[in-house]
Ligand binder design. Structure first.
Ligand code: OGA
Ligand code: MN
Length: 187
């Protein structure tokens, strides 16, 4: 499922938020651009007007006009000691694009190539930042959120507190809204 691998993370330009195993993985993922412990979660479909405006900005930034989104948004609340183990979101529940807003605590998201574990990329997710996983980043790399003890961005320690993420996903292709079932945690 190797796509063209475009990772659309344009909100934090410059090299300060991304590190990789080498130039090839950085190049491959640069222009197109995330099992859980210590969490609670919900699926939310009713939002205040102010929140809807933010979600619309996320959707405009992350999804193409031809993409249908899951009808509800996934909200994941990780406690300070909580973390997300490496996984690739199930293609049964989730389509080609995953977009996540990180709130409260900074964290480090690590992507590791599923076939070539030496190829990796780390994203520093500041509160208020948006990451978008699509193409190769969605299908060929696992993603994880590092636990507090391992939460470093290079040499820089990124202490973890409680973190809330608001995750929008596209529907698996060929599925109409409402047919997606309930995606499990870390689907
Ligand atoms: C997930 C996941 C990442 C995040 O729920 O599948 O990878 O940003 N979440 O919380
Ligand atoms: Mn995931």
């Amino acid at each position: 499922m190797a796509g063209t691998g475009l990772l659309a993370l344009r909100t934090l330009p410059g090299p300060s938020w991304v590190r990789g195993s080498g130039p090839s993985v950085l190049n491959r993922l640069r222009d197109a651009a995330v099992a859980i412990h210590g969490f609670r979660e919900t699926e939310k479909s009713r939002w205040s007007e102010a929140s809807r405006a933010i979600l619309q900005r996320v959707q405009a930034a992350a999804f193409g006009p031809g993409q249908t989104l899951l009808s509800s948004v996934h909200v994941l609340d990780l406690e300070a000691r909580g973390y997300i183990k490496p996984h690739v979101d199930s293609i049964k529940f989730c389509g080609a694009t995953i977009a996540g807003l990180s709130l409260l605590s900074p964290s480090v998201m690590r992507l590791v190539h599923t076939q070539e574990p030496g190829e990796w990329l780390e994203l520093l997710l500041e509160p208020g930042s948006l990451y978008i996983l699509r193409g190769s980043a969605r299908y060929d790399f696992s993603h994880e959120i590092l636990r507090d003890e391992e939460s470093f961005f290079g040499e820089r320690r990124i202490p973890r507190g409680r973190r809330i993420s608001v995750i929008c996903r596209s529907l698996p292709e060929g599925m109409g809204p409402g047919e997606s079932g309930q995606p499990p945690a870390a689907c």
